[in-house]
Design a protein around this ligand. Sequence first.
Ligand SMILES: CC(C)(COP(=O)(O)OP(=O)(O)OC[C@H]1O[C@@H](n2cnc3c(N)ncnc32)[C@H](O)[C@@H]1OP(=O)(O)O)[C@@H](O)C(=O)NCCC(=O)NCCS
Length: 220
Amino acid sequence: MSTRPDGASPEIEKAVERALAALAPPGLIAGCRVIRADDERHFLPAESASILTRESRARSASGAGRQIAHELLQRLQCADMAVARGLLGNPIWPEGIAGSIAHDEEMAVAVAARSGAVGSVGVDIEPASPLPDGLRDLVMTPRDRVGGFDPGIAGRILFAVKEAAYKASFPLDGHVLGFEDIAVDLEAGEAVTSHGVKSSVRFSVTAKILALAYTLPAGD
Ligand SMILES: CC(C)(COP(=O)(O)OP(=O)(O)OC[C@H]1O[C@@H](n2cnc3c(N)ncnc32)[C@H](O)[C@@H]1OP(=O)(O)O)[C@@H](O)C(=O)NCCC(=O)NCCS
């Protein structure tokens, strides 16, 4: 886990790290960090060229995500630790690694695994509050199954799960998707894209809404 300069970890980092660890399938490791204004200092030279054009808050959030990603890659004993940005904003992980990054206004999270553990993975973090009505109508479609969840919070969970499922499907087929292109069954823990990418989805609602989507390794 990332720590403050005084060595203390904010409580929310501990809570989010615990929640992420509980969601992760075997072989997937995760980290989180409260975003600091100076987090853009964490970019490696191979990353900064692809990220420099963004505004300062976005650079801090991306820098916080990169800092976590570097820690995870070190733990996976990966020599190459740069995670550059692709043309559509997609993170380009080192060969043999599947990973994902997300941030909300306050925190960044990242997950990573060796490619034998998962085929691809997506993560999202959202504030634990209902989606505004207009946005909920955009995110929820008749094909989604939300079980017994309160419709307000179910909208935010679906939003997070669909973003995670998109991040997991994009490295496999390169399709840019809208919310209407992903059908989610929260009780079954499954998401399927309109191009047929099926992922397992897990989520938790604590201090934050966290969502994880992952596909099986090729051949499984
Ligand atoms: C991927 C996307 C949904 C992320 O949304 P967001 O709310 O802006 O940001 P999040 O904090 O959740 O995630 C940002 C991270 O997603 C990752 N990401 C961006 N595009 C990605 C893609 N195509 N595939 C996988 N991961 C991607 C990046 O690592 C990014 O962080 P970074 O810029 O610091 O590297 C958005 O960038 C996007 O591409 N939207 C277009 C399609 C869309 O919105 N569809 C509806 C949802 S399914």
